[in-house]
Write a protein that binds this ligand. Structure first.
Ligand SMILES: [Zn+2]
Length: 428
């Protein structure tokens, strides 16, 4: 088995409160405490010079769509995993809106089996909350938990019936998995495709009001409190949601929120050319919402970073704005965008907090054994060059899809090597 010494990097391991220049040692796929232990490993020792680099626990993206089974023309578990590795991620959590839907243990077993043969990173499946994501009848949450889902969610859909959602949270508490929710009130949002405001009015596109998200964030806070169980609100995009989460978290409610890079990198004025690579759900919002998200990240209200990596084939996105599917790919740009925007440009948080939001925060929420550089933990490590300036070239991405609005963007900071269980799975 392999043995590696990573020398002289700035080791940032928030779980162990470590932030110092030093070395880390890997033998037989695990982190070990010292160099002598490496000498026991029989093979050659690889030395990596990490001067000027950050040595972080392998990053976790807890919100990606790998599209398999059912939509392998958009992405496969294999191509999505390679995109994850190239973005610096060693663990991804995949969403259940596949075909068949992940509402049964058989589909979960298929994904785990497929990932174990073709994926270069860890793939952790989620299960659906409701059968066929229809929001009416609960999926077999206990069987899904037994099959190994790390959470339940109807991502892409949102359960409108509060009683059904309450039962889902109660079952999730019994089996010990968190509930993730895509917050969208269908009555308020209707057929909205862009943020309801100046640009939706000017362009004549149906509006998706901020209140359509906030109503469900409020509902989730009430139910998390009622059921005393964790509900995590996915891809938060509005100022009101941040305010609601801040107040509830201060009272100790088990509620949290995540943020995607496009919601802070872009505003709704990007939609004026009708480019469908700016069509997301929830939609790009106006500048006041972006500023509220930044404040929420700065004060810890929004505690997790993720991509909502949503691959679509070119032919699906090359249609009129109303008809195009929502979403963009994100695994290969998210770290660069967040480093560039949060750490360098806006100075919202420092790099140690950014790593925390990509490692121990999602690991704690999902109760998974990842996101640390603890001795004897699996050697998942991401090396990051925080100062590296690079240009996004979507044509060279590992993802099977190309739907990104960030082609040509110049960013500062990116992953340069991704190590999973002691194996380098990607290197710049
Ligand atoms: Zn999603």
């Amino acid at each position: 088995m392999n043995a590696i010494i990573i020398r002289n990097g700035r080791v940032i391991d928030p779980a162990n409160k470590r932030d110092e220049v030093g070395d880390i040692y890997i033998a037989d796929g695990k982190l070990v405490a010292s160099e002598p232990e490496l000498r026991n490993a029989k093979s050659e020792i690889e030395e990596i010079d990490a001067r000027g680099l950050i040595v972080a626990p392998g990053l976790i993206d807890m919100h990606v769509h790998l599209r398999e089974p059912g939509f392998s023309h958009k992405e496969t578990i294999e191509s999505g995993a390679r995109a994850a590795a190239a973005g610096g991620f060693t663990t991804v959590v995949c969403m259940p809106n596949t075909a068949p839907v992940c509402d049964n243990p058989g589909t979960i077993a298929w994904i785990k089996d497929r990932a174990s043969t073709v994926s270069c990173v860890s793939v952790l499946p989620t299960g659906a909350i409701s059968k066929n994501l229809a929001g009416e009848e609960l999926a077999p949450i206990g069987s899904l938990a037994q099959a190994g889902v790390v959470a339940i969610t109807d991502d892409g859909h949102c359960i409108q019936n509060h009683e059904v959602m309450r039962r889902a949270i109660e079952y999730a508490r019994m089996v010990g998995v968190p509930v993730l929710d895509h917050c969208q009130d269908y009555n308020l949002v209707g057929n909205g495709v862009v943020h309801e405001g100046y640009w939706s009015t000017l362009l004549g596109l149906p509006g998706w009001p901020a209140a359509g998200e906030e109503a469900i964030v409020m509902r989730n806070i009430l139910l998390a409190e009622l059921c005393d169980h964790h509900v995590h609100c996915q891809h938060i995009s509005t100022a009101g949601s941040v305010r609601l989460l801040r107040e509830a978290r201060a009272r100790g409610v088990k509620i949290s929120g995540e943020v995607c890079p496009h919601h802070i990198a872009l505003t709704d004025d990007a939609i004026q050319n009708f480019d469908t690579n700016y069509k997301m759900n929830p939609p790009l919002r106006s500048q006041n919402h972006v500023e509220a998200l930044l404040e929420g990240i700065a004060d810890g209200t929004l505690s997790i970073l993720c991509s909502d990596h949503a691959p679509h084939a070119n032919c699906e996105k090359e249609v009129e704005f109303d008809a195009a599917p929502f979403g963009i790919i994100g695994l290969e740009t998210e770290l660069g965008l967040f480093l560039d925007l949060l750490v360098h440009k806006h100075r919202t948080i420092d790099i140690a907090r950014l790593i925390e939001m990509y490692t121990i925060e999602p690991a704690r929420l999902l109760k998974i054994d990842a996101g640390t550089l603890s001795i004897s933990a699996r050697a998942d490590v991401t090396l990051i060059d925080p100062e590296l300036e690079w240009t996004v070239q979507v044509g060279q991405f590992h993802s099977a899809s190309r739907n990104s609005p960030f082609d040509g963007w110049k960013l500062k900071g990116r992953a340069v090597r991704t190590i999973v269980a002691g194996d380098t799975v990607w290197k710049l």
